[in-house]
Design a protein around this ligand. Structure first.
Ligand SMILES: *Cc1c(COP(=O)(O)O)cnc(C)c1O
Length: 386
């Protein structure tokens, strides 16, 4: 018997996407043409934010966002340990000291009580963080108004790692429209909108946008109005800071534009699949993913938690053996050898560690059929029986 392998995620590429990319291949510009500014403008409009800058991936986006927020050697940056490595590594690139905050088991996101208590303690000792990086885990928006209130009270910057949350909304507002100082999105192939590799930084602050624009292109300016010296001629450019080549290509930008047009449809399909999973898994010994009042999740992930964590490995292997592409999100960052060498250890953030011990991310992508979903549910039911 051969069963079709079902991935946990799969990019959704249609003929329009392909036509958009091939048109660029036949055009004059493979990089630094008109697709990039058009993608940025369209992304900014969807997210109701004045400045959106595309870069090569979200890791680069997080890096230049940290730099723009002034993160450097000796800075303190806090993030949530239930995330992908890049949420913490970005601060390490800048030489900052990273610390973590545990999750709220109900939301799997940064715990507001834990964050508030840690901030109070840091305030007392004069060790407040400059930047806090919350993650909209699985695509569910964090409680951004509450995070904003904490940021205003304690004077730190909020860097939103919205890598999972393109297209999500909170109280009717898109991510990046409000609350965070800078918001970052990922267009990696497994994410809800893809440019193969790609990322976006968004901000409402024109000065931050200008700084990040330079950082993504060698620290260079070409606008005579922004130059320090009188330009020698029309060819002039000035390097004013140390920047990088973190640019997105025209091929990626064209794909991003096409994907963005298709986002509402893909989003609706993800929501329908998530709602259907909620129904067909409701009677199994596991916890379903959380929802939040007033929030529309982007449903990047559909992650369950088994009631009996001791069965996680066997259930995971059993699903994989049947060609069902499951994953685990995430191994808590602080338990990685690199972070342990910096002094963190297992037990430091028990809620995230408990969550990690029992979670499995089930397949979820727009082209998945109801029958695919029934196959996942039946396999889980069989593996969890008795
Ligand atoms: C995917 C992801 C990133 C990194 O995105 P890339 O575009 O692959 O660099 C960062 N943070 C989170 C939470 C992610 O899921």
């Amino acid at each position: 018997m051969s069963v079709r392998a079902l991935p946990y995620s799969r990019q959704d590429i249609d003929d329009d996407d392909i036509a958009a990319v091939t048109a660029v291949l036949r055009s004059d510009f493979l990089t630094q043409g008109q697709q990039l500014p058009a993608f940025e403008a369209e992304f900014a409009a969807v997210h109701q934010v004045p400045h959106a800058l595309a870069v090569g991936n979200a890791t680069q986006a997080l890096h230049i966002a940290c730099l723009a927020l002034g993160v450097g050697p000796g800075s303190r940056v806090w993030t949530c340990t239930n995330s992908f490595l890049a949420s913490a590594n970005c601060a390490r690139y800048c030489g900052a000291d990273v610390d973590f905050v545990d999750i709220d088991p109900a939301t799997r996101q940064i715990s507001l009580p834990a964050l508030a208590a840690k901030l109070e303690a840091a305030q007392a000792t004069g060790t407040l963080p400059q930047v806090v990086i919350p993650i909209d885990f699985a695509g569910l928006p964090c409680d951004w108004p509450a995070l904003r209130a904490l940021a205003d009270r304690h004077g730190f910057k909020l860097l939103q790692d919205g890598s999972h949350a393109t297209g999500a909304t909170l109280h009717g507002q898109p991510m990046a429209s409000d609350w965070a100082d800078i918001s970052v999105f990922s267009f990696h192939a497994v994410k809800v909108v893809t440019t193969a590799e790609g990322g976006m930084v968004c901000t409402r602050d024109a000065a931050l946008a200008r700084t990040m624009d330079r950082l993504r292109s060698h620290g260079m300016v070409r606008d005579p109005a922004q130059m320090r010296a009188e330009p020698d001629g029309p060819w002039s450019y000035e390097q004013q800071t140390l920047g990088y080549n973190y640019r997105m290509t025209e091929l990626q930008a064209a794909l991003g534009r096409s994907q963005l047009r298709r986002l509402p449809g893909m989003q609706a399909r993800r929501e329908a699949l998530a709602t259907r999973y909620d129904q067909i898994l409701a009677d199994l010994p596991l916890r379903l993913p959380p929802r939040r009042d007033g929030a529309q999740s982007a449903w990047h992930l559909y992650a369950i938690e088994l009631d009996d964590a001791t069965r996680r490995k066997a259930v995971f292997e059993g699903l994989r053996a049947q060609g069902i592409g499951v994953q685990v999100h995430y191994i808590p960052i602080h338990t990685q050898p690199y972070y342990r060498a910096l002094g963190f250890q297992p037990g430091d953030f028990p809620a995230a560690e408990n969550y990690y011990a029992s979670t499995i991310s089930l397949p979820l992508f727009p082209a998945m059929s109801d029958a695919d979903q029934d196959r996942v549910a039946a396999a889980l039911r069989e593996l969890l029986k008795d």
